[in-house]
Design a protein around this ligand. Sequence first.
Ligand code: HAX
Length: 430
Amino acid sequence: MATLQEKLGELLPVWRNEVRDFIKEHGEDVVSKVTLSQVYGGMRGVRALVCDTSNVEPDTGLVIRGIHVKNLTDRLPEEILWLLLTGSIPDERSLQALQTDLRRRAPVPDYVWNVLAAMPKDAHPMSMLNTAILCMERESVFHQHYDEGMTKEHYWAETLDDALNIIARLPAIAAGIYRLRFNKGPRIPSDPHLDWGADYAHMLGLPDPTEDFARLMRLYLVLHSDHESGNVSAGAAATVNSALSDLYYALSAGLNGLAGPLHGLANQECLKWVLDTRKKFGGVPTDEQLEKYARDTLQSGRVIPGYGHAVLRITDPRFDAFVDFGKKYCPDDEIFQIVVKVFDVVPNVLKEMKKIKDPWPNVDAGSGALLYKYGLTEFPYYTVLFSVSRALGICAQAVIARGMGYPIVRPKSSTTGWLRKALQGTPVLA
Ligand code: HAX
C-alpha cells in the first residue's frame, strides 16, 4: 500500500531520467513533418505534444496508460485518477486511502455558494462551474508556495495538492449548480459512505431506486476522464499550466474550451437533435424518415452533432460502452432506440459527403439519451458533467507536466507572407 504522493514521489524521478536520456540520444531526430494544410488546418495530425496519461489512435480510440477504455468500464473514477497519474490500478488499500483523502478535502467553502447565488438566473451552467473554480484560486497551494519561493522540485506535489482539492470539491459544486440553476430545491449534503461518482449522483438528487443512475454516472465519469492532450480543453489547460499558472486557472481555461459546441457542448446539441427527431416523427422514425432528416440537417448547413471526430476513424469505443449500458439497463427506452437507429442510418449519409473524414459516432452521440432517461433532462447541464470527469485527466496531465519539469509551451507562428516565401509562392501579405 502506498499513498498517491508516495507513489508519484518514486515514479517521477525515474520517468524524468528516462526522458532526459531519451532526449540526449534522439533530441535531433525528426518525429513529424508539417504540411501547409496542417498549418492552416488546426494542426491536425501534427505530433508535437507529449501526453503519457492516455493515447488516442484513429483506429483504436482511447487507451489509458496502455489499457483500452473498453476494459475499464467497471472501474471507479477514483481508480482511473490513480491510473492516469501512476500508470497502474491502485490496490484496495491505496484506493481507500485516496477516497478518504478526497472526502477530507471535499467540503465547499460558503463563499463559493455566495458567488454562484449572485450570478444571473440565466447563466449557463458551464459559466457557473468555471466561475466557481476560478473564485477558489485564492486557495491554490501552488500559488501560495510559489510566492514563498518554492523550488522546482516541489512543483508537482503542490500541483497535486491543488488537483485533489479541486477534484474532491467538484461533485458537490457541480451538483449544487444543478440544483440552484434548475430550481431543484436546497443542496443535498454529501454521503460519506459513497464513492466519488455515486456521491455526485446522490447530490444531484434524482430518484434512483435501482441505483442504475449511480452506475451510469460512474461509467460516464470514467469514459470522459481523458482523451490525450491535443484536444481543445486539455491543450488549452496544458498551455496555461505551462506558464506556471496554477491549476485553478489552467483547469478553468480548459473547461472554457470544453464549453464549445464543436467540443464538449456537442452532447447537449446531440440530445437536442435526437429529441427534435422524436418530436418531428412522433416517436422512433423509420430509416427513410431519419435519412431524409439527416440530409435536411446537412443541407441547412448544420452539423450532425455526435458524429465525426478530429482524430478517430472508427466508432468511438466510448459510444459503444454507452450503447452496451443502454442495451443492458434500458433497451425499451424510446430515446435510446432513436440513438441506436441514428447509428444505423446516419454514417451512411455522412459517408456520401467526401469532405467528412469520420462518419462514425463519437462519445457525445449516446450519453445524453441515457442521462435523459434517468431524469437528467436539463441538457445545458451535460457539459458540466463532462467537465467533472475531464478534470481528472486535465489535472493528472498538469501534475505530470510539473513533475517532469516540462517548459512553457511556445510554438512558432508564421505570417501568410512568410509561408508563401518559404514555399516559393508569391508573397501577398506582409
Ligand atoms: N456533420 C456535418 N458536417 C461535418 C460533420 C458532421 N457530424 N463532421 C465533420 N463535418 C464537416 C466539417 O464541418 C468540415 O466541413 P468544412 O470543411 O465545410 O468546414 C468537414 O466535414 C471536414 O471535417 P473533418 O476533417 O471530418 O472534421 P474536423 O476534424 O474538422 O472536425 C469535429 C471534427 C468533431 C469538430 C466535427 O466532426 C464536427 O463538427 N462534428 C459534430 C460536432 C461534434 O460531435 N463534436 C464533438 C466531438 C467529440 C468531442 O470533442 N467531444 O467533446
